[in-house]
Structure formats: structure tokens, C-alpha cells
Design a protein around this ligand. Structure first.
Ligand code: HEC
Length: 448
């Protein structure tokens, strides 16, 4: 961040001082350095094994977390190895999608039953998972984000997975299951992560969902009366070798379009786009001049389908890549670069502040908002750029907290573990979360 001409005011907490020694003194100790007594350790290990906080429902599937992470990866030749994501993004994405679906669609995403490949869940998300499919609450879709006919804020819930390579990094963090060790964290090359996002939007609100046969019951209200959710978006993340000064992470997304007419829902997924960098130097003036961010690809078909999204008809900030359910002030890589072990401090802001980006949320009805651009006002590009950096391997977003290498689920798990521990140490014992608490943003990150 020393590269920046000015540091955003909202971020200049003492913990951001460049002096590593001083910040180390100000922070609470790293999790792995805490001395826990045997009783707390035993309780923490028991928590680690939990799949969800609330009980399973009769006559519904019962989500089982898979977090017996392997220490070693298996050698593997990935089908996209020879596809260049910059020149053939769509082909690359389809190869990744086929890899993720293999063995998983046939067993309805019960990872333990996949005979083709090993996949794992992120640990310690049970306090915010519903019990039927292990889903966590995501950002709701705002006015017109899904289509011109959508006026209600719809609910989105999701579940993510990591392949075996990615799981080896979780094995290191959770080697001691009672206490995560996030020091010098990095995923190995070949890590793949995926996330299914489901919505309660109707065919009227999102006409392309018609005929969608990935419909899951989920206890999203926490009252034992499940609601039907359907697949809307599939997110993927692949860690490649660093290239041309970029860290190698490639994030891509798909949306469901039943008009594809395929019997298998997986074949009705359409690539929305892919991002291999955050296009850090791209400004509002460039956008106004009709240019588009260089370090990504957005499918024009998707852009046309979601053109009713405020503030400017684009999926991500100034035409950067993002998914239909994501916040238009961000992009995949930008938001994920914020993944850190916050060690009890609050998360960094999700977006540049309004005063810098000149994008303002507008309330139109109870619980309904959209974003508006104040185009006449000058944008503070230096402050905005802080949120759209391409981090070097091992670099931390705020320069002082340990990086979690773009994994917001790992960050969430570590944060929930710490919250549990704090309560436990304060003597109040483990408290089951109230149903309302489930409806808080799972990521502490994506915004609700
Ligand atoms: C504004 C923030 C934000 C944006 C933008 C965002 N995500 Fe995420 N993402 C999150 C949070 C928070 C989580 C973890 C919590 C969860 O899974 O609910 C997450 C989880 C994931 C996961 C599971 C593994 C992990 O890294 O935690 C994948 C894969 C993923 N996102 C991909 C994407 C893709 C692809 C895009 C763009 C299309 C995207 N995300 C955009 C916040 C964001």
C-alpha cells in the first residue's frame, strides 16, 4: 500500500502502520499462539466436527460436513491445462465446470459419495449453516438485479467446496483442530474452489430460471419449515502459476439459463465471465470513454441479460467481472483479495466509500435499494484503487493481518472459531445462534 499516493481515511487504523513490529504489538496474538486448556481444546475439537448448529429435519437430507482434510495432494492433469484463459475464457470455464460437476451432480453434492474426485467443505462454518444442505446466507438480490420484473429483495444461499489440492492447505491451518494456524498461508497451484448459489426468486422475477431442476429444500428461516431454492449462479476459482506479474488466481462465474433446454441442469449453465486481474488502473474516465477493464472477460450475452442492474447496467464495478448476485461496486478478485485472519479486528470495508467512488445506495421501498452514480462529482481514483489491487503472492490486503490467499470461507471459519473461543473464555459457554442470526451475512463479507 505504500504505492498509494494517499491512504483511505477509513483504513488508516493503527494496525495499518507499515512498521510490522508495532502492529504485532497492537494485535491480539495469532490463534496458534494462544494457550488453551485441555477442556477448551476438547470442546473446540468437538465443535470442529459439527455440520450445522441446528438439528436436521425429518424427511429431508441431513448435511454432513466433509473436513477430514488430506495432507497430500494427488498428481493430476487438469483438463484446462493447455487452454489460455485470456484468449479462450469460455472454453477454459467450461473445462473447469465439467471438472467440478464430475461425480458431484450424480450424488446431489454429497461430497462424501463422490467416486470421481475428492472435495471438501470449509471448516467451522457450522454456526451459520442451515442443516438440510449446509447453505449459508448470501447477499440478497436488489431491485432489478435479476430482471426488470424483480422488485422484491430475493434471498440467496450458497455452499462452497475445495478440491483435494485446496484441502491440503486447510489441513495445515487445522492440523491442530482446536486451534487454527494461519501463519504464512497459501494455497498450492492446482487448487480449485466452487460455490453453488441458490435463490428463492420465482420464474416471474428471473425468467431464465424456468425449468430449473436443481431445486433444494432448505431451512433458511430456521423454523423447521423448509423453503425451495433453485440454482442461480455457480462461482469457480482456480489457482494457476503466477503469470505476467499477476498472482495466478482466476475467478469465473456461470448463471443458470433454462432456455438452453438441456435435461441436466449442469448443462444449462452459461459462463458470465472470468477475471484474472482487477484492472487496477482502470478509471471512471476510461469507462465513460467506452473502454472496458483489460484483465477480465465478460460474456456479452450475460451483460445484456443483466443490463437492468444499477448503477450502470454492468455486473461489476465499471464493467469488471462479477456475478448476478454480487455487489456491482466490486469484482470477484477485488472482494476476495480482502481474505485475512483479522485476529478479532473488524473486516476491512467491502467497497470504496461513497465519498471516493461517488456511488450511492438509494432506498426505494422497505428493504429495497439500488445504486446510483453521481457522475458530475469527481472520483477519488487513488482511494478506489486501494480496493482493486492485484496482490502479490503472500501479500496481505491491509499489510498487517495474515493473508488467507483469497479464501473468504477460510476467513469466515477462523473468525467464527475465534468468536466461539472468546465467548467460551468469557465464561458464557457455547451459545447456539438464534434463527435470526443465521440471516446475517455469512461472509461477514459479501454484504446481505
Ligand atoms: C463483495 C464480496 C464478494 C464478491 C464480489 C464475490 N465474493 Fe465470493 N465470496 C464472498 C464471501 C464473503 C465468501 C465466503 C462466505 C460464503 O461462502 O458464504 C465467498 C465465497 C466464495 C467461494 C468459496 C471459496 C472461498 O473463496 O471462500 C468462491 C469459489 C467464490 N466466492 C467465488 C466468487 C466469484 C467467482 C465471484 C465473482 C463472480 C465472487 N466470489 C464475488 C464474497 C464475495
Amino acid at each position: 500500500m505504500n504505492r498509494l499516493p494517499s491512504r483511505p481515511a477509513a483504513l488508516s487504523s493503527p494496525a495499518l502502520l507499515p512498521c510490522a513490529l508495532l502492529s504485532a504489538l497492537l494485535l491480539s496474538p495469532p490463534a496458534s499462539a494462544l494457550a488453551l486448556d485441555a477442556k477448551i481444546k476438547a470442546a473446540a475439537r468437538q465443535e470442529f466436527r459439527k455440520s450445522a448448529q441446528r438439528p436436521c429435519l425429518a424427511a429431508q437430507p441431513c448435511f454432513k460436513v466433509r473436513n477430514n482434510y488430506p495432507k497430500l495432494a494427488k498428481p493430476e492433469t487438469v483438463p484446462w491445462r493447455d487452454i489460455d484463459y485470456r484468449t479462450e475464457p469460455e472454453r477454459y470455464l467450461r473445462a473447469v465446470l465439467a471438472y467440478i460437476g464430475a461425480g458431484n451432480t450424480a450424488v446431489d453434492w454429497q461430497l462424501q459419495k463422490n467416486r470421481k474426485r475428492d472435495w471438501y467443505h470449509a471448516a467451522w462454518m457450522h454456526p451459520v449453516r442451515e442443516p438440510v444442505h449446509g447453505l449459508t446466507f448470501e447477499r440478497g438480490s436488489r431491485l432489478h438485479e435479476l430482471s426488470a420484473a424483480q422488485t422484491r429483495r430475493t434471498n440467496n444461499w450458497a455452499i462452497g467446496f475445495y478440491n483435494r489440492q485446496g484441502a491440503t492447505a486447510f489441513a495445515k491451518v487445522w492440523r491442530e483442530r482446536s486451534q487454527p494456524d494461519t501463519a504464512a498461508f497459501a494455497f498450492p497451484e492446482g487448487t480449485v474452489s466452487a460455490k453453488l448459489l441458490l435463490t428463492d426468486a420465482t420464474d416471474e422475477e428471473a425468467p431464465y430460471l424456468a425449468g430449473n431442476n436443481l431445486a433444494w429444500q432448505a431451512d433458511i428461516r430456521g423454523n423447521g419449515q423448509p423453503v425451495t431454492l433453485r440454482l442461480l449462479q455457480v462461482d469457480v476459482a482456480v489457482k494457476n502459476a503466477p503469470r505476467d506479474g499477476l498472482n495466478g488466481w482466476v475467478f469465473g462465474t456461470f448463471y443458470f439459463d433454462g432456455r438452453g433446454g438441456h435435461a441436466d441442469y449442469w448443462d444449462n449453465l452459461v459462463p458470465a465471465g472470468l477475471e484474472w486481474g482487477t484492472s487496477p488502473t482502470f478509471t471512471r474516465a476510461d469507462f465513460a470513454a467506452g473502454q472496458r477493464p483489460a484483465q477480465g472477460w465478460v460474456n456479452p450475452v450475460a451483460e445484456a441479460l443483466f443490463a437492468t442492474r444499477a448503477p450502470d447496467g454492468k455486473l461489476g464495478y465499471l464493467g469488471r467481472m462479477n456475478g448476478p448476485v454480487d455487489d456491482p461496486r466490486s469484482s470477484c478478485l477485488a472482494c476476495h483479495s480482502r481474505a485475512m485472519d483479522m485476529q478479532g479486528a473488524s473486516d476491512p470495508p467491502l467497497f470504496p466509500p461513497f465519498a471516493a467512488s461517488r456511488i450511492r445506495p438509494v432506498s426505494v421501498a422497505p428493504n429495497q435499494t439500488y445504486e446510483a452514480v453521481l457522475s458530475a462529482e469527481p472520483v477519488d481514483e487513488a482511494q478506489v484503487a486501494f480496493f482493486f489491487r492485484n496482490l502479490a503472492p503472500g501479500e496481505s490486503f491491509d499489510g498487517s493481518h495474515p493473508t488467507l490467499d483469497y479464501s473468504l470461507q477460510l476467513a469466515k471459519g477462523v473468525e467464527l472459531w475465534r468468536a466461539w473461543l472468546d465467548k467460551r473464555l468469557a465464561g458464557s459457554g457455547p451459545q447456539p445462534l438464534a434463527p435470526e442470526a443465521l440471516a446475517a451475512p455469512a461472509g461477514g463479507g459479501r454484504g446481505n
